[in-house]
Design a protein around this ligand. Structure first.
Ligand code: HEC
Length: 100
């Protein structure tokens, strides 16, 4: 009896902890990793790096929407928001990644 009780507590813990770890891992992609994972299946990131200083927030938003709607990039709404933010702020990971 005692064992079963312990087992269900353990199971409960597992069900609780595993998705939390999964979610944390997804958020841990830094800017550059997000771009590497979602943007370079079709073109080199150089295309993005080249435009770092040149586009406003609005321009980046519309570029990314175009990549998703017209070109077929797989980036969900939350990732799009993160990508736009880091492109506009010229995130450190991005600047470093672009210099490589
Ligand atoms: C499914 C293929 C595909 C994916 C994935 C993709 N792109 Fe593109 N991208 C294209 C194509 C095709 C072009 C050239 C035609 C055009 O500009 O629409 C392009 C051009 C570009 C350009 C140069 C043109 C401009 O507007 O400055 C930028 C910048 C760009 N992509 C950014 C991105 C970013 C950022 C991502 C990730 C969020 C991404 N792309 C993902 C297909 C893709």
């Amino acid at each position: 009896m005692k064992f079963f009780k312990f087992g269900s507590v353990l199971l409960g813990l597992l069900l609780f902890v595993v998705p939390a770890v999964g979610a944390a891992a997804a958020e841990d992609e830094d800017c550059y990793q997000l771009l590497e994972n979602h943007c370079q299946s079709c073109h080199m990131l150089g295309r993005v790096c080249k435009k770092l200083d040149k586009k406003s927030e609005r321009a980046w938003k519309s570029t990314i929407v175009r990549m998703v709607k017209r070109r077929g990039a797989e980036v969900d709404a939350q990732q799009q928001a993160v990508i736009v933010k880091c492109l506009v702020s010229r995130d450190a990971s991005l600047v470093q990644g672009c210099e490589q």
